[in-house]
Design a protein around this ligand. Structure first.
Ligand SMILES: Nc1ncnc2c1ncn2[C@@H]1O[C@H](COP(=O)(O)OP(=O)(O)OP(=O)(O)O)[C@@H](O)[C@H]1O
Length: 558
């Protein structure tokens, strides 16, 4: 169906108040108010949603809020005119919750994907698309192949769904939504996790939608940095024609030009304010004598006897080093990390994969993966990753923030103690040190460091909150605390910023880079994985090293 171009697709009038569903009465505080702004979306527009409140805008578009007074023509005037249920014509693709759909609270075994898989064992990407094409017959074969090409999916059609890399899966989910031929496509942070080429391809495709009558109208959310740079210059993707902004009760909507010429200059320096400089970072002196934390030589990973993902990869990581692991989607970064964390079954068969075998820094003896009990290995590596975010159990009744952070000492998911102030350990000194350290990280990157109205009590209240009651951004910060709390020899930060709000990102970056506050000891090594250079907390001048995966092989640069 193509929308009548003269009709408004979406309209929220001025002076509307938007309430969470179930907000009981007029005295309830609205999620936001439009005040003197009328928000109208035309079918040919392509909108960027930015600011902390972008999630509330999505909820509104999905009909999960109540607009008061109710707009006479509804939220979707054109659909109302046509007597069509708007929600049947809309597709929402969100990546915040889960990459592979595991965050329902059930235990999600992300290591399953590394298991040996025979051809035909699992549904392939191509077959999953054919199922949709059978239900939704309007897409021609030529259109289907063009879509696969434009999202860089053609070469992955015969790959089992479970084996796809994060970036491949994200593109596949966008393709799936497009194949269902919605009139409105809502994309939540579609560029996160995509490599440079995939980002270009996706933006190109979405740009082409604006001149294709049968294509959907696109509204996508972005992190502020994807739209404005630090100098408040316009870096928004080319397909964006309009911007809607919601943060701290300020709601604004208008054209791209108005956003940058007027709104951004007036308000964003405040919204972006706070910390802007960087603390002095001392270059770490790492020599060939500095003890190794990881020693891998001639690593190979092959699937189904033919798909060679890692080909003779060698990498040594020393105490005190900061690494940026990079490579395009599907280049093998997650696979390599899963060898380090011992999750990958092929980690046992590598001839030279030496990993930390103790958290005691003085005993930096490395051993073959198969000689290290998994529990010891897991407590030696502080990990933040999209897979861990999905797998972290959310069904544990009453697991508090404190409990979740505490599990970082052992690397397991179940808390040892029973609540705030209760860290189980036989040795009293160790227990005291652990309690002190938990408060340290809670204070350093807890709400006190990023909330608008910080106060000391806030940290205590935060520690006692249930993990499942936190926003997704807060959950991400807590899982980072968990990775840092035990000061393990190796810390892996894989897409650590994704889902965090702007203020959190600033506070956490400041903490990680300021040597004086003891985020890391000098015996610790850190590996950061991201597709965005500017997301790496350290710079090359500060001793940052790069490890790049390309065509199965690894290259170092520093
Ligand atoms: N069990 C499997 N069978 C076949 N191929 C697999 C299997 N598991 C992973 N792969 C392939 O290995 C490649 C590397 O995947 P990996 O997840 O390590 O990439 P990545 O560099 O982390 O990508 P991204 O940036 O998208 O997260 C991918 O092409 C993927 O399809």
């Amino acid at each position: 169906m193509r929308i009548n171009p003269s009709a408004l697709l979406i309209r929220i009038p001025k002076s509307s108040s938007i309430y969470a569903l179930g907000a009981a009465n007029k005295r309830s505080k609205p999620l936001f108010e439009t005040r003197d702004v009328e928000w109208t979306v035309n079918p040919e527009d392509s909108w960027a949603l930015v600011g902390k409140g972008k999630g509330d805008i999505f909820q509104t578009l999905l009909g999960h809020t109540r607009v008061s007074p109710p707009p006479p023509e509804g939220l979707y005037p054109w659909f109302k005119q046509m007597d069509v249920d708007p929600f049947s014509r809309l597709k929402f693709v969100s990546f915040r919750h889960s990459i592979r759909g595991g965050s329902s609270g059930e235990f999600y075994d992300y290591t399953a994907r590394y298991g040996a898989m025979r051809d035909g064992d699992d549904k392939t990407l191509g077959n999953s698309f054919l199922d949709i094409l059978r239900e939704e017959s309007k897409t021609t074969e030529t259109e289907y192949h063009a879509l696969m090409m434009s999202l860089g999916l053609t070469e992955h059609l015969d790959v089992p769904l479970v084996a796809l890399s994060n970036g491949q899966m994200r593109r596949a989910r966008i393709a799936r939504a497009i194949l269902r031929r919605p009139d409105i496509l809502l994309l939540d942070e579609p560029l996160t996790g995509l490599d440079t080429i995939s980002r270009e391809r996706l933006t190109h495709l979405l740009e082409s939608f604006r001149s294709t009558p049968s294509a959907p109208t696109v509204l996508s959310s972005f992190r502020l940095q994807e739209v404005v740079d630090h100098g408040l210059k316009d870096v928004a993707p080319p397909f964006i024609s309009h911007v809607v902004y919601l943060e701290n009760e300020r709601f604004w909507a208008g054209s791209r030009a108005e956003f940058f010429e007027d709104f951004a200059g007036r308000y964003l320096h405040k919204a972006n304010g706070g910390y802007s400089g960087r603390p002095e970072v001392t270059t770490k002196l790492v020599t060939a004598e500095t003890p190794l934390v990881v020693d891998m030589q001639g690593i190979n990973v092959v699937y189904q006897g033919k798909r060679k993902v890692l080909d003779d990869v060698s990498w040594q990581i020393r105490q005190g080093e900061r690494w940026h692991l990079q490579g395009s989607n599907g280049s093998g970064k997650t696979t390599l990390l899963s060898l380090l964390t011992g999750d990958h079954p092929q980690s046992y068969t590598q001839k030279h994969l030496l990993l930390p075998s103790s958290t005691a820094h003085r005993q930096h003896e490395l051993k073959l993966r198969k000689r290290i009990p998994t529990a010891i290995l897991q407590s030696s590596i502080g990990l933040v990753s999209p897979e861990l975010f999905d797998a972290f159990p959310r069904k544990q009744p009453g697991m508090t923030v404190w409990d979740a952070v505490q599990t970082g000492f052992t690397g397991v998911f179940m808390p040892a103690g029973k609540g705030v102030g209760n860290v189980e350990h036989d040795d009293d000194d160790v227990k005291r040190m652990r309690v002190k350290r938990i408060w340290e990280v809670l204070e350093a990157i807890g709400p006190n460091s990023w909330a608008d109205n910080a106060s000391r009590d806030m940290t205590r209240e935060f520690a006692a909150r249930r993990f499942t009651d936190l926003t997704l951004g807060e959950q991400r910060v807590v899982l980072l605390m968990r990775a840092l709390v035990g000061r393990p020899p190796l810390v892996i930060l894989d897409e650590v910023w994704s889902g965090m709000e702007e203020g959190m990102v600033r506070a956490v970056k400041r903490y990680l880079t300021d040597d004086s506050n003891g985020a890391f000891g000098k015996e610790q090594a850190v590996v950061v994985v991201t597709h965005w250079e500017e997301e790496v907390p350290w710079r090359m001048e500060e001793g940052l090293k790069r490890f790049t995966l390309e065509g199965g092989q690894g290259h170092k640069s520093s």
